[in-house]
Design a protein around this ligand. Structure first.
Ligand SMILES: NC(=O)c1ccc[n+]([C@@H]2O[C@H](COP(=O)([O-])OP(=O)(O)OC[C@H]3O[C@@H](n4cnc5c(N)ncnc54)[C@H](O)[C@@H]3O)[C@@H](O)[C@H]2O)c1
Length: 428
């Protein structure tokens, strides 16, 4: 029997939701893919059940770990696909799948998502969705031509503070917005040059490290660009138009390899294209500006920044504090944001927090997969679609281009082809 329900984001309209378990395949069951799989089992169980008929990974140990995980959850053991780098094509062709989630290396997200949509299934992809402008366009074109959605799994959009601030923006508490700042500021050196034998040969570059060896720009823009995109109605009234980018010198990976594996190790003397800190500035059509940092190869605490400001006030994610003129108790002084978060708590958080918090990124991973499964079950739109995935991921190639051109401005394509003027803002 179909269940009729009213729900968040894509679900402003009541939609008919299938009560049958949703059937999801997985491609890429490494560290993130395994986490997503575990969360998908819980997010699916919370809305009518989930089956995992098939999983794919070229690494036999990762594949077996995923099969064991599903079996231990009391479901049938999924069929495994590991016969080479294109074996995922056999998985997406199966007739017993509604959707396929991919979490492989960056450069494979677009081919895997495109193959999934062409096979008539809902796709969901890890971040970034694409690494070239051609891949961005391919995602958009294939989703439009097949009519199949691809959800961009930008979990930071579901952080509690991001959604509460979105509600406050919609209520006008921050006034007319002018500027946002964000960063992927996270020491990931251990995922670039393997440190841990369980993940790769210590001292060797990972697939991610190889990107840093050859590219100089913002190689991981979407964790901050996603929430900022929602706050600024990017692709929904406004759009990113122009970007300039500049990188610092590159020394962090040489230092890291030399101190961990010895000054004579070949990765200590290797030339890495990626600067230690990249800074990009984006302008939107409405004249808002965004500063983005990419800072991943120096020792540092994690900080996404997530600052947003307008004519009436400012929120700082780093401080987790807010200042609203005429509302905050002390003039020109921050106040803690928590009371506002409680007042403007998103319905998803109100409803799902106890279960969601048992999963990754403070519960945001559960929320995003819950929303993906809801979309698949209702055959409705996904809340973060190919236009968002393309516009936010395009910062990767555009920043590389700007850095290579001596920090000259580069133009964003309009992946919506004008539809951004009438697309509705994300609901808060
Ligand atoms: N949203 C988040 O918070 C978040 C967190 C971590 C990672 N990620 C993203 O998840 C993705 C995976 O990252 P990870 O850290 O798990 O990397 P990983 O190296 O641990 O996992 C990648 C997996 O893909 C497999 N693979 C490679 N080529 C394949 C192919 N052709 N077919 C099938 N499988 C293939 C590998 O064997 C490996 O198991 C990356 O895109 C990363 O950016 C996102």
């Amino acid at each position: 029997m179909p269940i009729l329900r009213r729900d968040f984001l894509g679900g402003a309209l009541a939609q008919t939701v299938s009560s049958k378990p949703v059937r999801i395949g997985f491609i890429g069951t490494g560290s993130r893919g395994t986490g997503l799989l575990r969360t998908t089992l819980a997010a699916g169980a919370a809305q009518g059940g989930v089956e995992i008929p098939a999983v794919c990974d070229i690494n036999e140990a990762h594949l077996k770990r995923a099969q064991d995980l599903v079996e231990k959850s009391g479901r049938a053991r999924p069929e495994g696909y590991s016969q080479g780098p294109e074996d995922y094509l056999r998985l997406v062709a199966r007739e017993d799948l509604d959707a396929v989630i991919n979490a492989g290396p960056w450069e494979l997200h677009t081919p895997m998502s495109v193959a999934t949509m062409k096979a008539g299934k809902y796709a969901a992809t890890e971040v970034p969705a694409a690494v070239t402008l051609e891949q961005c366009w391919e995602l958009v074109n294939v989703s439009e031509s097949t009519g199949m959605p691809c959800m961009f799994l930008e979990n930071v959009c579901y952080f509690r503070n991001v959604l509460a601030i979105l509600a406050m923006i919609r209520k006008g508490l921050l006034g007319d917005l002018s500027h946002c700042e964000g960063g992927y500021q996270h020491d990931v050196r251990g995922a670039l040059i393997w440190r841990d034998a369980a993940r790769g040969t210590p001292g060797e570059l990972s697939w991610r490290g190889l990107h840093y060896e050859r590219s100089n720009g913002n190689l991981y823009p979407t964790h901050p660009a996603g929430p900022i995109g929602w706050w600024l109605d990017i692709n929904r009234g406004d759009r990113f138009t122009q970007l300039v980018s500049m990188s610092s010198l590159s020394q962090g990976l040489n230092y890291y390899a030399s101190t961990r594996f010895g000054a004579d190790h070949r990765n200590a003397a290797r030339t890495y294209a990626s600067g230690d800190v990249n800074t990009s500035l984006i302008r939107t059509e409405r004249g808002r500006t965004v500063t983005l940092y990419f800072d991943t190869i120096s020792p540092r605490p994690y900080d996404l920044i997530l600052r947003v400001q307008g004519t009436k006030g400012i929120y700082s994610g780093t401080l987790d504090k807010i200042y609203l003129e005429g509302v905050s108790p002390k003039k020109d002084d921050w106040e803690p944001a928590e009371a506002y978060f409680q007042q403007y708590e998103h319905p998803l958080w109100k409803r799902l927090a106890p279960v969601a918090k048992q999963h990754g990124h403070g519960g945001a991973d559960f929320m995003e997969l819950y929303e993906f499964i809801r979309a698949v079950k209702s055959r409705g739109p996904v809340p973060i679609d190919v236009y968002d995935g393309a516009a936010w991921s395009a910062i990767f190639p555009l920043s590389i281009e700007s850095v290579a051109k001596g920090s000259q401005p580069v133009e964003f394509p309009d992946f919506t082809r004008g539809k951004y003027r009438t697309r509705k803002p994300v609901e808060a």
